[in-house]
Design a protein around this ligand. Structure first.
Ligand code: NI
Length: 172
């Protein structure tokens, strides 16, 4: 089931999310809903707080090539266990901050540990867009948005645009 995506500014997007305990059917349904919501948007990543659930769950699929097989990843309690010194810059966006993009610099490679949909421990090294995306989504679980990396003036400008967008949507 598709879920509505919260738009910044929203207090739920600023919260520290709690780790997941036992993997229940409810949590698996949450992850499936998140994937459906992400693909529908369309986006390449989504974190649970973006649909108002303050638990440490993210989904992502950064396969971009036309016709390539999708690679949906569900991560419960994802943790960055190692980061490269090498940095890379990507123009980031966020489904909670529609139509706004900005360059963000992050470690170019990260090793991530997580529990998969079946509760198995996984660990993998990501680079390129996958590395950026997984760091962006894990940030969401700590109440951090990509605009928090920007200079205050730029951040305020984007926030004002989003406030205006929310007012317009509320009236519609
Ligand atoms: Ni985001």
């Amino acid at each position: 089931m598709k879920r509505p995506i919260l738009i910044h500014p929203d207090p739920r997007l600023k919260k520290l999310c709690t780790p997941v305990d036992d993997l229940s059917d409810e949590l698996r349904t949450l992850a499936d809903d998140m994937l459906e919501t992400m693909y529908d948007a369309p986006g390449i990543g989504l974190a649970a707080p973006q649909i108002g659930v303050l638990q440490r769950v993210i989904v992502l699929d950064c396969v971009k090539e036309e016709g390539a097989a999708p690679r949906p990843l569900v991560m419960f309690n994802p943790q960055i266990v190692a980061s490269s010194d090498e940095m890379s810059t990507y123009e980031e966006g966020c489904l909670s901050i529609p139509d706004q993009y900005a360059d963000v610099e992050r470690p170019a490679q990260v090793k991530v540990a997580w529990l998969d949909r079946d509760g198995n421990a996984q660990e993998e090294e990501f680079d390129g867009l996958w590395a950026t995306c997984v760091q962006h989504e894990i940030d969401h679980l700590d109440g951090k948005l990509f605009i928090d990396y920007l200079k205050p003036l730029r951040r305020q400008m984007i926030t004002r645009k989003m406030q205006k967008l929310k007012r317009e949507r509320a009236r519609a």
